[in-house]
Write a protein that binds this ligand. Structure first.
Ligand SMILES: [Zn+2]
Length: 94
């Protein structure tokens, strides 16, 4: 059963560092809304942001935004996006 409200279309993750880059444990899909502007990502305008979980160094997360949105964003905006993703991860318990 899929509840649209709870579908994670924000971030993906790898359970361990040895996992091939093209085989994440979960991938939110490519055509998800950009976290800056809410418009769908496109093939020629995408940037992937990766970071490690603070609780478990072997697990890593990533999310995608438009490359152009990220280039124009201030440090404050970038930090707030990252915080939103972290909050989502904590809420989902992943
Ligand atoms: Zn965007």
């Amino acid at each position: 059963m899929t509840n649209k409200e709870t579908v994670n279309d924000v971030y993906g993750w790898y359970d361990n560092a040895e996992q091939p880059k093209n085989q994440p444990s979960y991938d939110p899909g490519f055509y998800v809304p950009c976290l800056y502007c809410g418009e769908p990502l496109t093939d020629d305008n995408v940037r992937t942001h990766s970071f490690s979980a603070m609780t478990d160094g072997s697990k890593s997360y990533y999310y995608r935004t438009h490359r152009t949105c990220d280039e124009q964003a201030t440090e404050k905006e970038k930090t707030s996006i990252w915080h939103a993703v972290m909050q989502r991860i904590e809420k989902d318990g992943n």
